[in-house]
Ligand binder design. Structure first.
Ligand SMILES: [Zn+2]
Length: 97
């Protein structure tokens, strides 16, 4: 799975940005979705497979935010439950006709 330079979700163009360090609430993370700037940040220096999971993880956060998906038990648990499953789904199926 190739990670695009930008994606479209709903009305937003979301740029994918690579950084040496991704800091969220004073903690280093592998990625984050910035809802104020409509960007997804991914930490450099991890494997491509890890970047794919981080990318999909942050896409799920963006989907939840933009489409206002209710996340009753906490958004982080919901996203963690889905990120590996969604990456495997895209990897294991061919969507090109
Ligand atoms: Zn998360």
């Amino acid at each position: 799975m190739k990670i695009p330079k930008s994606i479209i979700i709903g009305p937003y163009d979301i740029e994918i940005i690579y950084k040496e360090k991704v800091i969220v609430d004073d903690e280093e993370q592998d990625g984050c979705y910035d809802q104020k700037n409509q960007t997804i940040e991914i930490r450099k220096g991890t494997s491509l497979q890890r970047k794919q999971v981080v990318f999909v993880h942050e896409v799920i956060h963006a989907l939840i935010d933009i489409y206002k998906v209710p996340a009753k038990k906490g958004e982080e648990l919901l996203v963690e439950a889905l990120d590996h499953a969604v990456v495997a789904f895209f990897k294991n199926n061919n969507f090109r006709s």
